[in-house]
Design a protein around this ligand. Structure first.
Ligand SMILES: O=C(O)c1ccccc1NCC(=O)[C@H](O)[C@H](O)COP(=O)(O)O
Length: 268
């Protein structure tokens, strides 16, 4: 496993152990059961992709590869800007140590709009899945590079049991092959190599050919322009996960609108 994923896994497992000691699972489950209903993350993406593009717009203050991305950071205001600009779903970083995220950002951002939200964190334990629902998440992330097949299955089952969706993230052919054993229709191809941080859209160009036709490609990371989205659409990707390039804009709503204008029609 990569250095950064290794580091994240080490502190995340410790964080989960501390959280379990502080808030027992049955209490988290009670909060999850009391949460508002899920909003249908995968279904909204699929509907949006049929009409044009589906955008998962990410609320991301900082990252291990770029440091601080946005100082003026107000999650509900950013969520409203994304919704105003035409985003389909939100992704909200809840990891503190590497992304300056916070659990409260997810609940606050989602409650400001009508969009479904992904809890963007590093998931290893079904306790975190119940926590995600308790925070009102509609979807969780499963990074194949950082979990075993059995863990991935367990996390996906837990997500489904809470009525959530699961975005399965892959970066190479072996991970993609493992991901096809899961049921989720959402196949995220991460253009960023989490070992080196090298980001290239060639990853989607290569892996898209291996994605079964019953899966929806979510092209993730390193996307900046409408031309890049049109290029990726030619490889079958009509849904996108975008953070940094939008987070760096003064007018987030206008930038989101510009990115989504004139979606490509054909495929290669
Ligand atoms: O963004 C990072 O530096 C990073 C480092 C280590 C693990 C994950 C990381 N990013 C998570 C993501 O998947 C991105 O936030 C997401 O795809 C959006 O990417 P971008 O549009 O390039 O911000």
């Amino acid at each position: 496993m990569s250095d950064i994923l290794e580091k994240i896994k080490t502190y995340k497992l410790e964080e989960v152990a501390n959280r379990k000691a502080a808030v027992p699972l049955d209490e988290v489950e009670a909060r999850a059961k009391a949460a508002p209903p899920t909003r249908g993350f995968a279904a909204r993406l699929s509907d949006a992709a049929r009409e044009g593009y589906g955008l998962i717009a990410e609320i991301k203050k900082a990252s291990p590869s770029k440091g601080l991305i946005r100082a003026d950071f107000d999650p509900p205001v950013l969520a409203e800007a994304y919704a105003d600009g035409g985003a389909t779903c939100l992704s909200v970083l809840t990891d503190g140590p590497s992304f300056q995220g916070d659990d409260s950002y997810l609940t606050a951002a989602r409650s400001a709009v009508d969009l479904p939200a992904l809890r963007k964190d590093f998931m290893y334990d079904t306790y975190q899945v119940a926590e995600a629902r308790a925070l009102h998440a509609d979807c969780i992330l499963i990074i194949m590079a950082s979990v075993s097949d059995a863990q991935a299955q367990e996390l996906e089952d837990a997500a489904f049991s809470w009525g959530m969706d699961a975005l399965i993230e892959v970066h190479d052919a072996a991970e993609l092959e493992r991901a096809t054993a899961l049921k989720s229709p959402l196949m995220g191809i991460n253009n960023r190599n989490l070992k080196t941080f090298e980001t290239t859209l060639d990853t989607t160009r290569t892996l898209s050919k291996l994605v079964p036709t019953d899966r929806m490609i979510v092209c993730e990371s390193g996307l900046n322009t409408p031309e890049e989205l049109a290029d990726m659409a030619r490889y079958g990707a009509r849904t996108f996960l975008i953070g940094e390039s939008l987070m760096r804009q003064d007018d987030v709503a206008a930038a989101t609108r510009t990115l989504l204008a004139n979606p490509a029609t054909g495929m290669m």
